[in-house]
Design a protein around this ligand. Sequence first.
Ligand code: UD1
Length: 314
Amino acid sequence: MNPTIVTGGAGFIGSALVRALLATGVERVTVIDNLLSGKLENLDEVRDRVDFRHADIRDYSAIAPLIKNAGRVFHLAAIPSVPRSITEPVPSHESNIDGTFNVLRAASESRAGRVVYAASSSAYGDTEVLPKTESMAPNPKSPYALQKLVGEYYASVFAQCYGLETVSLRFFNVFGPRQDPSSPYSGVLSLFMKHLLARTAPTIFGDGEQSRDFTYVEDVAALCIKASLAPAATVSGKVYNAGNGGRFTLNETWRALCAIEGVKIQPLFAEPRAGDVRHSQADIAAAVRDLGHAPQFTFEDGLRRTLDWYRANA
Ligand code: UD1
């Protein structure tokens, strides 16, 4: 048996990936998660088909035996958030760089199958041209962006030096059900949804004209699976954008949510956030060509589905 591993599998994106893997015929999935931001309840629907391992990727000796003989490793465990990496650089460095190195080393030393790594669109920083293509020089603006970029470089180097198959996917502002809105570091859409349902004003950092390629979580999960199956000769060691290809400002997004709910709430505005990227939009041509990326959800579909979930689960 060559287990399928998802690190960070109790998180909001990881648990969507676990469900997608099980739905596509994988019998069991091993989840490695330290439950720092992940939650067991995210796996409630699939608990009988998940082997849950409470372990931290910073601890090589704890994770190496779990990754041994893995068929595929989806490495999503991380401490996310640009502002968190600025206020707490040490834990995010240790998880995002040292932890990623540990996962790659464990996979490589045990001759595991392919590692699909959750990289980040933040690696681009501010670019003069949109959409952002993989051939552009990275320009990280925050510790988080740099840490995720180092993980990509490590993945490519493990492919070149040790023959480990790796694919890095630069996730673009993923949103959807189960994204936790309870922290100041939470993704903006989870916070917007929370405020919308409570009929309270969200805070927008800056003028709200910054834009993001908001990508629905199920599209990202589907792409992770495709990346794990694409021909190694084409994709191994490479980096691909995992976005939707669109771009919406925060002001537009809040207005769209208010329109869906039929309410009018003026947001509050605060100082721009340190390390914030101004505009983000993925060129998805390479992912479409090499991985068969085919996003299924428009932004509005995703917003409606996510809102329905928060309404039912708040
Ligand atoms: C960044 C990455 C993303 C990565 C994520 C992990 C970019 C372009 N994107 O997301 O790929 O997955 O880190 O955490 O670098 N905002 C508000 N009010 C709030 C919260 C946020 O206005 O209450 C603003 C932020 O200032 C930012 C935007 O909303 O301009 C999005 O913020 P957030 O959801 O935290 O994600 P990014 O930092 O863009």
